[in-house]
Design a binder for this molecule. Structure first.
Ligand code: KIV
Length: 291
């Protein structure tokens, strides 16, 4: 960093990272956390400043989610987000965290249409996100993604799978609805989750899945850490869209969201309160935030 850019007036990110007060999050560290029952606290992030604040607040993992299509780009769904846009936002997040602790685990979301065609297409897209600085890529879908996950993992790319409500296929699902309520749907989710762990997925987002089913799936997957959103407190970790947990929206708050800005003096404090609530198990509260 040159002297002329060391003290930027815009935002207050430090020019260089001080020594990190915690060990960097890695796959072995996530496994250790899991084994001692420590919950994983994840948030979405899309830019340098919020990512840096989240890292400072002790968030374990940041998901550069394609939800940026809605929260940053004002689209009605995630479907229109491109790989170039995902790489751009991933680079921004990576730059932000490098200027604070640089210890957070960063997951880049593969957007719609960039992994469905073939395993080779998925590899090219995943490589672009990894080169942008992600530590892991996320892709949505059940059984049909298993061979793609295996192909990426064998080539050294850590993968987070995503089951339940998969926003890229919201049109096929008929809306943002709880998934896995019927016996057949629940069976399919159990089967897909096991197959994804066997293929090498080390993380699995479970979105809007009934709490009892998400807990059961979590117990079946010792090597694949379930991260719930609207799926109750029994998962290995939790994720929320950052704007939601900061209360930045004008419409109806989704049932599974808690506004952590209430009672917080700053965004950093709200994020730290989120981390504390995930870790001590007070968020989510199944009676309020789950099905
Ligand atoms: O894109 C995203 O932010 C996500 C989370 C909602 C899990 O996939």
């Amino acid at each position: 960093m040159s002297d002329t850019t060391a003290h930027t007036p815009y935002g207050t990110l430090p020019a260089a990272a001080p020594l990190p007060p915690r060990k960097p999050i890695s796959l072995p560290r996530l496994q250790e956390m899991r084994e001692r029952g420590e919950k994983i606290a994840m948030l979405t992030a899309y830019d340098a400043t919020f990512a840096a604040v989240a890292d400072h607040a002790g968030v374990d993992c940041l998901l550069v989610g394609d939800s940026l299509g809605m929260v940053c780009q004002g689209r009605p769904s995630t479907v229109g987000v491109t790989l170039e846009e995902m790489c751009y936002h991933t680079e921004c997040v990576v730059r932000g965290v490098r200027r604070v602790q640089g210890t957070v685990w960063i997951i880049g979301d593969l957007p719609f249409g960039t992994y469905q065609e073939s395993r080779e297409q998925a590899l090219r897209s995943a490589a672009a996100l990894m080169q942008a600085g992600a530590h892991m890529v996320k892709l949505e879908g059940g059984g049909w993604t298993v061979e793609t996950v295996r192909f990426l993992v064998e080539r050294g790319i850590p993968v987070c799978a995503h089951l339940g409500l998969t926003p890229q296929t919201v049109h096929a699902l008929g809306g943002y609805r709880v998934q896995g309520r019927s016996h057949a749907e629940a069976e399919r989710l159990r089967r897909d989750a096991l197959a994804l762990q066997d293929a090498g997925a080390t993380m699995l987002v479970l979105e809007m899945v009934p709490a009892a089913l998400a807990t059961e799936i979590t117990q079946q997957l010792p090597r694949c850490h379930t991260i719930g959103i609207g799926s109750g407190r029994g998962t290995a970790g939790q994720v929320l869209v950052m704007h939601d947990m900061l209360g930045i929206h004008l419409g109806k708050t989704p049932k599974f969201v808690r506004n952590f800005m209430e009672g917080a003096a700053s965004v950093r404090d709200a994020m730290a309160a989120y981390v504390a609530a995930v870790k001590d198990g007070t968020f989510p509260n199944d009676a309020l935030h789950a099905w």
